[in-house]
Design a protein. Sequence first.
Lengths: 233, 312
Amino acid sequence: MLEAIDLARPPMLAPTSLTLHPGQLTGVIGPNGAGKTTLLKALAGLSRGPGTVRLDGHPFLPHPQRLAWLPASRDAVWPIPAAALVQLGLGPAAAPDPAAVSAALSACDAMALAHRPVAQLSTGERARVLLARAIVGRPAWLLLDEPIANLDPGHRLDVMALLASETARGAGVVLALHDLDLARRCDRLLLIVSGAVIADGPPHMVLDTDQLGRVFGVQHGPDGWVRCSRFDH
Amino acid sequence: MRTGLALLCAVLALASLALGPVDLAALWARDPELARNLFIELRLPRTGLALLIGAGLGASGAAAQALFRNPLASPDVLGPSSGAALGAVLAGYFLGAGVIGMAIGGLAGAGLSLLLLLALAGRGAGATRLVLAGVAVSMLLGVAINLALSLAPSPFALYDLMFWLMGSLNDRSLPQLALAAPLILIGIVLLLRAAPALDTLALGEEVAQSLGVGLSAVQARVVLAIALATGAGVAVAGSIGFIGLIVPHLVRPFVRHRPGAAIAPSALAGAALLSAADIAVRLLPAALDLRLGVLTALIGAPFFLCLIMGRR
């Protein structure tokens, strides 16, 4: 159980209290700049500020098997081969574990990239390798900032299925995403606007209201999503 | 690769011990006492310093590039080398140009520049602020060196100091080796112990933190270690540039480009490169009087240029 108690990061995030459950796929949606990344980073213990984060009742301390953080940035400075990069996800000074590395790369359909330098991969390929890095240690919690943003439609579906299987093994998965159709595959959705969680519940409750039109300025028509004024509703 | 590099270092060390203006074997037959003194007082410190200073520069360069996640970083950007040079120059003025006095002044300068760097960067500074503070400190100290030189008490003192600043291992003594060796070795050991954390830093500062790397502690330790390893070298041998910049690039392809894993082989390769350069300086005609620091810069600058061209 990952609990946020009065977690705030002014001015990006208003005081927020949340309880996240293991075995659940929790999606965080909201317009650009709404505070999705700020919330995820605060939950991952990567920023300082008011409020506390508790993991299973204890103050949170970073550890490779406890929580993995995947930032939205896909930068790679060094031309490290993908397999060596994924190995780093097991933590500093972890013993080499080629079996775990291969399993993580296969799960992300990146086995073919294992020996390619990450700096030379396409952004989408690199995104899959970096996701493999996040899951390789089988952490209890996965906090992922837009893990499907750079992926093609097929790989988006693959990754959502992979995250669902991670929850099946008992992991708690929290991901920020902009794809409102794939957001339906989450068990729970948090809608963030201007640093505050304004809706929290199963996808149909969060998505099937006129809230979305007010927040994003989009609505679902016969031809898919269409732009509408934010004040039509 | 490490075994190969260690062998190369051993061969170069033997060559360095055997090489010099006097044929030691011939001298041994005539005057064993003098030959022994020459070997212990001159050849040994020179060889030892070349190995140690080269190793310190190589390891520091690899660690600086890993810490700042920038392949163009070098230990010089943090300022301790400039601090050591300024401290040595000032000590040369006020304590006379005794080599030990200059070395102690150099160590004090490196330490003070480190404190200045940490004060400027502030607690828990990110790599960017640290490197900016380092550049500011280096520039400030560089100007101070020039000011000190222009206030030289006599043309001879200016001439001596200019030559000293160019970097050389000529006529270094055992006390200088004894002063620098422990500090450089401590620096290298600290860097080797930080290697796993620096590898993890390849994933970015946030991700490294989420994997349990204590970022500020690693930064503080690595900066201190670089100051020890490079500052002590400059304090006894003057400025020797570019070794720390180029060696990690030669080595990294052999460790699958992992920045932390490159530290140990960079130390060995730095030791080999500086020993080879010091041998080359001795083999060149004496009339040329090419300084060691000038030779490493002559090799290093074109390499640096190629690096930048390659990244365009």
